[in-house]
Design a protein around this ligand. Structure first.
Ligand code: C2E
Ligand code: CA
Ligand code: CA
Length: 596
């Protein structure tokens, strides 16, 4: 119709005034229109070719007999085809036969069909022999012909797979993460037969933070990878292993005859992880705590089983670490009361419910009290006075020891300034205070506010300070000593390597633990050991204090040795600050020690 209207317009334009047509003009007009149309067609074909061959996607069109009408170069490249392979008229079957790859196994099942206005859309995927993945989107038109576009999605697919992997795995060790572990636990519990048992071990590396603090995070990461490798080897393919958090792992053991099987596994884990880890030529020793819950006894749902293994782990941790605990129902009640104690402890810091008691240090040569050790007491509003061993480990665990320790330092110095100038005060400092606070600053602040001379302050540390945080602790100890503060090694002989720590720092004093004094009167060996330690301290030029002296006989035996000081109930139990003047008055120089 358009052509007819055009011809009518051309005829009208050729009419002369007398109403006849100008034939020559008409021919000219019609020819001009033809030429123009030809030029447009050539231009369009050229444009189409440019578009086709610069398209970053492969494109091909098949007619309703499934024979190729047109395709572009990218299509050939994607499927590794030659120009000859893609001549117009080639059947779809022979084209597929020449492709250097296969339609992805099960891809037809995956091939999704959807409708658009123009026809049906199908997606297909090809796995090429060189590993590339090509995705085809085919639009099938109502007459059976189709147009398809093809893209290389290898990189996109890899990225998507990586994202999916990372969402469910821990990037450091490659182990399943907490999310994945929950899913695995869900699946295992759902698939469990009535007679099956499933044991869940929740593992935590003891004091791993101090490894990170002393060796650095990247060394810590390397060690964690080694831990994961050892656990992987132990877990094998029959158990499920995951990393739940920084230094936390979990193992799921689906086996009957529990608890025996899981006990054997836990035993292997403990032994395997206690072998030293190597960081260059430096050996790092670790220990592990484990909490174990068994389905169905301790719970048959994911949440409950995880929670109970966690409860058992907390118990393993608070029970001195390095071991495993099976969940028991009493544990929950105990954990509850611990939580209540923690809440009370937080309030106690704020409400200043603490008090210091003082226990005399008795100078054997001068036969008089030469100082006092400050010992913390908690006056709980309802439970009465609580001994430090009941709350200090908890305060250390939750970090409250930093605030409490600061208060102790200040209070002890403020009390000591009211005493005669030759009386010292000894303050206990926890390992945590060396890493979680500026101990040097806290000590200086306490000395400054009380105006106590630094030489009257003794800081007591146990070997755990040097064992766990040697690199942080040593400079602080040296700095304090530089300022004139004295440093004592407390509870000497109770740790694994007290002797080796003696040479790492020039202590002013060693305090021999009370466990050594118990038998010195009746047991010759015990006395020999005590004597040897006293001589050792003496030889190193350190003052020696014997703790826990309870009887006159013990005192008399020690009086014959080179023991500089004693401390214990024989002299006095720890007393409130108010009693200090009375104690001092009772301890006359050159007189007999008086028990209070
Ligand atoms: P420690 O430093 O070894 O303190 C000596 C402990 O032995 C005190 O227990 C004391 O009451 C007790 N004791 C004293 N003489 C005798 C005796 O003749 N026989 C026996 N069997 N025991 C005796 P306490 O006051 O219960 O303190 C226990 C531990 O709590 C202390 O052991 C110390 O490690 C810690 N501690 C106390 N106060 C503080 C503090 O302010 N900060 C820190 N970080 N720890 C503290
Ligand atoms: Ca002490
Ligand atoms: Ca002690």
């Amino acid at each position: 119709m358009e052509a007819e209207a055009l011809f009518r317009r051309q005829c009208a334009a050729c009419l002369k005034e007398d109403g006849t047509a100008d034939g020559q003009r008409l021919i000219k007009l019609v020819l001009e229109t033809y030429r123009q149309a030809n030029r447009n067609l050539a231009e369009q074909s050229r444009l189409l070719e440019i578009v086709l061959n610069h398209l970053p996607l492969g494109l091909c069109i098949f007619d309703s007999d499934q024979r190729l009408v047109v395709s572009n170069i990218r299509f050939q490249q994607l499927f590794g085809l030659e120009v000859d392979d893609t001549r117009a008229g080639t059947s779809i079957g022979s084209l597929i036969a020449k492709i250097d790859g296969l339609e992805k196994a099960g891809a037809r099942a995956v091939a999704r069909e959807s409708r658009s206005d123009g026809g049906r859309i199908r997606r297909r995927e090809w796995e090429m022999n060189d590993g590339r993945i090509i995705q085809s989107v085919v639009t099938v038109l109502p007459d059976g012909s189709n147009i398809s576009i093809h893209a290389d999605i290898t990189e996109d697919r890899k990225a998507a797979e990586r994202i999916a992997f990372l969402a469910h795995h821990d990037p450091l060790t490659g182990l399943p993460n907490r999310i994945r572990f929950r899913e695995q636990l869900d699946t295992a519990l759902a698939a469990r037969k009535p007679d099956d048992q499933i044991a869940l071990i929740h593992l935590n590396l003891d004091r791993f933070k101090s490894v990170n603090n002393t060796l650095g995070v990247s060394a810590g990461d390397k060690i964690l990878r080694q831990v994961a490798d050892r656990l992987r080897a132990l877990a094998g393919s029959s158990n499920i292993l995951a990393r739940l958090g920084s230094d936390e792992f979990a193992i799921l053991q689906c086996a009957r005859e529990q608890p025996w099987n899981v006990m054997a596994l836990a035993d292997q884990i403990r032994r395997e992880l206690s072998e030293p880890f190597f960081r260059g030529d430096k050996a790092v020793e670790l220990s592990v705590s484990m909490g174990i819950a068994i389905c169905p006894k301790d719970g048959a749902e994911t949440e409950l089983l995880l929670k109970h293994a966690g409860v058992a782990l907390s118990h393993a941790k608070s029970g001195g670490r390095r071991g495993e605990r099976f969940f028991t129902s009493e544990m929950e009640a105990q954990l509850e009361s611990r939580r209540a104690l923690e809440a009370d402890l937080r309030k106690a810091v704020h409400n200043e419910e603490f008090e210091l008691h003082y226990q005399p240090l008795y100078d054997m040569a001068e036969r008089r009290i030469c100082g006092f050790e400050a010992l913390l007491r908690w006056n709980h509003p309802t439970r009465g006075r609580i001994a430090p061993l009941e709350f200090i480990p908890l305060a250390e665990e939750v970090g409250l020891i930093v605030d409490i320790g600061r208060w102790v330092l200040k209070r002890a110095c403020m009390d000591a300034i009211t005493w005669p100038t030759d009386i010292k005060v000894a303050v206990n400092v926890s390992a945590i205070q060396f890493i979680s606070s500026d101990l040097e600053e806290d000590v200086c602040a306490a000395l400054a506010i009380s105006e106590l001379s630094p030489g009257r302050l003794e800081i007591e540390i146990t070997e755990s300070v040097l064992m766990e945080n040697r690199d942080e602790a040593l400079p602080i100890l040296h700095a304090l000593r530089q300022r004139g503060v004295h440093i004592s090694m407390d509870d000497f002989g109770t740790g694994y390597s007290s002797l080796s720590y003696l040479s790492s720092f020039p202590f002013d004093k060693i305090k021999i633990d009370k466990s050594f004094v118990n038998d010195i009167v009746d047991n010759k060996e015990a006395f020999a050991i005590m004597r040897a330690i006293i001589l050792l301290g003496d030889a190193l030029g350190m003052r020696v204090t014997v703790e826990g002296v309870e009887t006159a006989q013990q005192h008399d035996l020690l009086a014959q040795e080179a023991c500089d000081e004693i401390q214990g109930y024989h002299i006095s139990s720890p007393r409130p600050a108010l009693d200090v003047p009375k104690l001092l008055a009772g301890s006359q120089p050159h007189g007999k020690a008086q028990a209070v």
